[in-house]
Design a protein. Sequence first.
Length: 290
Amino acid sequence: MRHPRNVAIAALALALAPLAGQAAHHEGKAEADPVLVEVVAGDWRDADAKARDRYRHPVESLSFWGLKPGMTVLEIQPGSQSWWTEILAPYAKRTGGAFYATGADLENPELSDGARKSRADFEAHYAARPDVYGTVNVVNWGLKSKPLPREKFDFILTARSVHGWMRSPSPGMVEKTFEEFYGALKPGGILAVEQHRANPGPQDPKAESGYVTEAYVIEQAEKAGFKLAAKSEINANPKDTKDHPFGVWTLPPALRSTAYGSGQDADPGFDHSKYLAIGESDRMTLKFVK
């Protein structure tokens, strides 16, 4: 007799399966992996993280990108308690895969104390629950770091990071980054990209608003050798007008009320209601293969 919990997970997976290819281009329909569904529902994910699922569609997005059991996964630039790490690390543990994340480059003598602390906090958080997360491996990565391990990974995910590389003080950071990803993936490996999406047209080279055009991201990936396998509207948000006073950070979850990087305190009189009604940003969801 099947355990009731397993029956419920399987039923939820079947219910989500038709959504995995919704509004996508050429990716076909992907059946939701029951283990992935179980992980997304995991009780280690807090209520705030789960509240964002309606904007970020983790089961549908990872199914579209092609995450499979047993893969060696690399997440780029997670935060101290990353939204994606909370899903990807448990999934890798449960399916016999391996999970890696980039962290501050400890070999860089100019690394700030704050960056060292952020990496230490990340490692400590995930090391405390090996029963949930397994082994969370961290690799050095930064402006001056050595290249990522060559042809090691099956799946690399970068979420809402391209605009940051465009603002980097290091010339050519975007090109360097995509080239490193290409070298780090095994042949046939997948690069999954989620990014705030600008309207088609000229690209601000510094992406000051946080929005980047799909054309720019595709161009940079293809220059590095990648092939665009598919793109999806899973994470589209037609309510996002992309003309907000403090860029994309005006929207949730940041809900800024002062200019990004200004150092000013939040404005207690700023009306966030319009931006809460919009929700999180309109995002491209792109799948590249090596």
